[in-house]
Design a protein around this ligand. Structure first.
Ligand code: SAM
Length: 272
């Protein structure tokens, strides 16, 4: 396919995950652009491919993307690889893909491993609906605010985390969300691959050391039950209605304060 950007997934640990298609694409393109030329050159030489590599990482992606687009428009094909897994997923590649799409360049994904999805399917937590969040902010106050934002999300949540921050993150998750199931997926596809299926309370108490690369698979908020619309909520609703707020306004205010689904509150208020 002429004038194409190939977004190529690369191994997240196990080199045997390189597919035949990845090899064919890497052999066919005019050049390779990548997050780190040292890593990708090593990978290319391991699979016996010799291609010029140029760097395009988070600090130069805007400028380099424009240069790469000019080359593609002149008739070259390029493969883009990040250091591991899917480009664009907590990795560079997005600006390049966007710039290519703006210029009507064909963008072709070449599949392979992704840490979040491999963790999800092995976690034992719900897989039908989920959200990939990636890295939380390193600053605790911002991390707490981010977690509070997805506290009412009812489906599985996927987080990336570094080993030196995981215990602090587990504590913050527990503090903001209370107890929930959580699977720590460690060193996926590597020699010491491990899936620790537990819950936040236990993991916080254990305060273990976790080495290597980690994905956290967190259970979503359990569905509200009628008992969650407590007497306290109903009491406050009564007071607000007396002040002249409509049932809809009351539901929305109390949903924010008590972190309970506003439709649940509304249904309870219109019951009688
Ligand atoms: N683009 C990658 C992908 O598609 O998965 C993610 C890159 S992001 C910079 C790196 C993070 O992904 C790590 O800090 C870790 O949270 C997760 N990760 C990458 N490889 C992993 C592995 N083998 N096992 C567990 N987590 C991994």
């Amino acid at each position: 396919m002429p004038n194409t950007l190939y977004l190529v997934a690369s191994p997240i640990g196990n080199l045997k995950d390189i597919s035949q298609r990845v090899k064919e694409v890497l052999s066919s393109v005019s050049f390779v652009a990548c997050e780190d030329t040292r890593n990708t050159s090593k990978l290319l030489s391991l699979i016996g491919i010799n291609k010029p590599c140029i760097s395009c990482h988070e600090h130069n992606e805007k400028v380099e993307s424009e240069k790469i687009v000019r080359r593609i428009l002149k008739g070259e094909d390029v493969a883009y690889l990040s250091d591991a897994g899917y480009p664009c997923i907590s990795d560079p590649g997005f600006l390049l893909a966007q710039e290519c799409i703006k210029n009507n360049i064909t963008v072709v994904p070449i599949s392979g491993p992704n840490a979040a999805l491999l963790a999800l399917i092995s976690s034992g937590l719900e897989t039908n609906h989920f959200m990939f969040y990636g890295f939380l902010d390193a600053k605790i106050s911002k991390k707490e605010a981010e977690i509070a934002e997805f506290s009412s999300f009812p489906y599985t949540i996927l987080l990336y985390e570094a080993p030196h921050r995981i215990n602090e993150t587990l504590q913050t998750l527990y503090k903001v969300l209370g107890n929930r199931k959580l699977c720590i997926a460690r060193e996926i596809t590597k020699l010491h691959e491990e899936f620790i299926r537990s819950d936040l309370e236990t993991l916080v108490k254990e305060n273990n050391e976790y080495k290597g690369e980690l994905v956290l698979v967190l259970e979503g908020k359990k569905k509200d039950t009628a008992s969650e619309i407590s007497d306290e909520i109903l009491g406050k609703a009564n007071q607000l209605e007396k002040l002249g707020y409509s049932k809809k306004e009351v539901s929305s205010i109390l949903s924010t304060i008590f972190d309970v689904n506003k439709n649940k509150i509304y249904k309870e208020l219109i019951k009688d």
